[in-house]
Design a protein around this ligand. Structure first.
Ligand SMILES: [Mn+2]
Length: 502
């Protein structure tokens, strides 16, 4: 149950959230952090250029995180009631990602487990959140497990968040060191007799937590367990106003960066240089990093869908296909543009590009009817096939089935996926449910004609994809990546102007 009071969300039975709603408690909260005590992640006090008051992560307030945990518990409780679960007591355990190393003591850049980040905003590795629920009053509790105190590690790696600082900043009921997790789970089980445990054993983000949970199941004889993954994904599928604002910003940054990269192009340039340019432009605008290894494919390499070597030169009148996006405070953008490296499409390139562009725009319009992603894929095959037939690339047989199969050979990937904290967001959600307001999806048709293709020779080696990120609303689709031009004349003039400047 969630009520709105004085602009703050809180839920019944959560004493801490109730306290926050009093003025005195709020000024106490300010005082406590007025000393600018550093936690293991940016705070409004140490990083005022990144966070506003009451925000746990940029643009997302403590109350939104509390609300997400409450909604998860409601989804899980409702599901359990409907399915006659043996108990009304729940324990949901979601681990943080672990630190990964590329070689001795050399870490990879840390990226948090999205499901954990969604529920807590906590950015440190090797931690964990446990949401427990019993039927007693005040029976919903969130316990955040932080890394154990380690003066030596903190000297080398910087401060960690300690249990005494976590509840106020993150809006959780209590916090304990991670070494207490086994005891905590065992004592909840003892006090609640029968417990439904929710843990995603399929996710390999943290083997240590997985082992703790396995040991708990063995020792306690607890037989009722299932994965909370699909429930968390059902929540993540619908973006809140704050998440939409973050995704808009992520798309703006990637869009502008790709335009800068287009204008940096000239014949003879290296794919690695275009990669470096888009990476630089995204980071310089505030993105943490690119959301995935980008595809920077010149000439016929564009027909290799997942080409990420990016180590060739792009010559003469070849096209560049760039599939790149960034991660901005935990939210991904995913854009593809294709442009002629010398600023002028050849006739064959133009013919193919126009087909992809027309289909892409029609598919975006179709989103107003809220089809499923799989329906959009079928539409793509039919639309592409018909247009390719018009220009003589697909044979003149009339059957839709034939046309769709021929198109699928030239575009062997799906046309859409969900987008959000992950690039391929909420993968446990089927692509055959109807899209709804609040979802963000990609629309990315392409045509790839390899040198082995049976298509007329003059088209060989052409690969074109155009990808936008689209927010579904009651008033129709909103293209979040709209600041990245895709019309032929706009693209040609960006590249040509760039060359005259350099
Ligand atoms: Mn994509």
């Amino acid at each position: 149950m969630i009520s709105l009071k004085n602009g703050l969300y809180f839920y019944q039975g959560n004493n801490f959230a109730k306290q926050l709603c009093t003025k005195a408690a709020r000024s106490k909260y300010k005082c406590d952090f007025g000393s600018k005590k550093a936690l293991g992640q940016p705070t409004p006090y140490t990083h005022p250029h990144l966070l506003g008051e009451n925000e746990v992560t940029p643009m997302i307030k403590k109350e939104e995180y509390q609300c997400r945990r409450q909604k998860l518990l409601e989804l899980i409780s409702d599901y359990s009631l409907k399915n006659n679960a043996p108990s009304k007591n729940h324990m949901i355990v979601v681990p943080a990602a672990t630190k990964q190393y590329m070689s001795d003591k050399i870490p990879y850049i840390f990226r948090q487990n999205s499901d954990f980040l969604y529920l807590t905003g906590f950015q440190e590795p090797d931690t964990c959140v446990v949401i427990t629920s019993t039927q007693s009053p005040g029976g919903h509790r969130t316990t955040l497990f932080t890394r154990d105190r380690d003066n030596h590690a903190e000297l080398w790696d910087g401060p960690r968040t300690h249990p005494e600082d976590a509840p106020e900043f993150f809006g959780v009921d209590q916090s304990l060191p991670i070494s207490e997790l086994p005891n905590f789970m065992a004592s909840f089980r003892k006090s609640s007799s029968c417990v439904n445990l929710w843990y995603d054993f399929e996710s390999k983000v943290n083997m240590e937590t997985a082992n703790t949970v396995r040991d708990y199941l063995k020792d306690s004889g607890n037989k009722n367990f299932d994965s909370p993954r699909n429930f968390i994904h059902k929540l993540r599928l619908y973006k809140s106003p704050a998440e939409i604002a973050l995704m808009q910003r992520s798309c703006d940054i990637a869009a502008k960066s790709i335009v800068e990269t287009m204008s940096f192009s000239r014949p003879g340039i290296g794919e690695n240089q275009l990669f470096a340019k888009v990476d630089y432009e995204c980071r310089a605008r505030g993105a943490e990093f690119l959301a995935y290894p980008p595809v920077v494919a010149g000439g016929n390499r564009a027909t290799i869908i997942h080409y990420i070597n990016n180590n060739q030169l792009v010559y003469g009148n070849e096209l560049v296909l760039m599939d790149a996006g960034c991660e901005y405070h935990g939210y991904a953008s995913d854009i593809t543009r294709t442009w002629p490296v010398n600023g002028k499409f050849t006739d064959c390139q133009r013919e193919i590009y126009e087909v992809v562009l027309e289909v892409q725009k029609e598919l975006i319009q179709l989103c107003a009817k809220m089809p499923s992603l799989d329906t959009l894929f079928e539409c793509m095959c039919l639309l592409l096939g018909r247009k390719l037939q018009e220009i003589g690339i697909v044979g003149v047989q009339p059957s839709d089935n034939y046309i769709m199969k021929a198109a699928y050979q030239l575009c062997p990937h799906h046309v859409s996926h969900y987008l959000g904290m992950d690039v391929h967001d909420t993968p446990s959600i089927s692509r055959n449910i109807k899209i709804e307001p609040g979802m963000v999806i990609t629309i990315e048709p392409g045509i790839y004609i390899s040198e082995k293709s049976s298509v007329p020779k003059q088209y060989h080696g052409i690969g074109v994809r155009i990808e936008d990120d689209v927010l579904i609303t009651v008033n129709g689709p909103v293209v979040l990546s709209r600041k990245c031009p895709k019309e032929i004349d706009e693209i040609e003039s960006i590249v040509c102007e760039g060359m005259t400047k350099s």
